[in-house]
Design a protein around this ligand. Structure first.
Ligand code: CUA
Length: 336
């Protein structure tokens, strides 16, 4: 009996110390979203059970090793014990119930993180090797994500190449970004500050560099940032030339298939394209001049580049004008 009391007390003490140790090690970054609250609650509940289980296994094991080890001169066998149905039923039923309760709590917590606010504004997120681009409903794109505090946003995410994963540790929740479909990430930031979205799915050579700032700002700062971006985008468009071309490339989603850094994507990269010799799939070659690029934008399937699938860009449906094509070509010329 004495052994049970001592082990019981030790299990309680070690449980508390283990849980305290896990908390003190500060595994979690700050809690910066409404969705983080149920996640952290669940995490803490898990840690309490894990701390208790750890103590329940380690304390009797170590206690037994020390107290019941073979004394000097002892040569006999240990006590022979046959099964103990009460004990076996107990250690089956209690864990079964615990696991079922936690399955329910896990499902409930997942539901809590997905509560839909009908007033949430949607922002499109494009993931590609190896960066993020955010397309705002006001008609501009940004390399950094700005979010107003205490407002739910609905990120509509797609990928143009491989699977990526949108993860802001301070927001806790994480969502895969899969080519060919749109995945949703609802978040209500609650703490003003700057964080980082990082890709949490191994997606190639520069996976570890696939991160970009996420700024949670007041509604007033958000509104003025939006106004500033809208103005900058329209100013660039009106000015014409390479800057307008660059803005148009973002507007028409060209970078979903082409890169400007030399890496081929769905289509060839634009780096060093202008003036180069292009090998077409029909075996002919052509020089990438204004006429060629214009034709490639307007009728992409008329001259398919060798090694790439025919592109599906529909300039007519998007209402691309001749002036806009001239601006885009001006931009491509700068990519050397
Ligand atoms: Cu994208 Cu890893």
């Amino acid at each position: 009996m004495r052994h049970f009391v001592v082990v019981g007390i030790l299990v309680v003490v070690v449980s508390i110390l283990t849980y305290w140790g896990i908390n003190a090690s500060q595994l979690m970054p700050v809690e910066a979203s409404a969705q983080a609250i149920p996640v952290d609650w669940m995490w803490n509940a898990d840690m309490k059970v894990i701390a208790f289980l750890f103590a329940l296994i380690m304390v009797p094991l170590i206690y037994g090793l020390i107290v019941f080890h073979r004394k000097k001169g002892e040569t006999g066998d240990g006590v022979h014990m046959e099964g103990n149905p009460t004990l076996e039923v107990t250690w089956t039923v209690i864990p079964l119930i615990t696991v079922m309760v936690f399955a329910y709590l896990g499902a409930y917590t997942l539901g809590e993180t997905r509560v839909v606010d009908p007033n949430a504004s949607a922002i499109k997120v494009h993931a590609f090797q190896w960066a993020w681009r955010f397309e705002y409903p006001q008609g501009f794109t940004s390399d950094e994500l700005f979010l107003p505090v205490n407002k739910q946003v609905d990120l509509q995410m797609d990928s143009s190449d491989v699977i990526h994963s949108f993860w802001v540790p301070e927001f806790r929740i994480k969502q895969d970004v899969v080519p060919g479909r749109i995945t949703e990430y609802r978040i209500t930031p609650t703490l003003i500050g700057s964080y980082k979205v990082r890709c949490a799915e191994l997606c190639g050579t520069s996976h570890s560099y696939m991160e970009t700032p996420v700024h949670v700002v007041t509604q007033a700062e958000y509104d003025s940032w939006i106004a500033q971006q809208v103005q900058a985008a329209s100013a660039a468009l009106n000015a014409g030339g390479p800057d307008a071309g660059k803005a148009l490339v973002g507007k028409f989603g060209c970078l979903g298939c082409h890169t400007v850094n030399g890496t081929p994507l769905v289509g060839p990269s634009w780096l060093g394209l202008y003036g180069s010799t292009v090998h077409l799939s029909d075996g002919t070659t052509v020089t990438a001049d204004d006429a060629y690029i214009k034709e490639a934008i307007l009728r992409p399937s008329s001259q398919v580049v060798n090694g790439f699938p025919p592109m599906s860009f529909n300039a007519e449906a998007l209402g691309v004008t001749d002036q806009q094509i001239t601006d885009i070509i001006a931009y491509i010329k700068t990519l050397k």
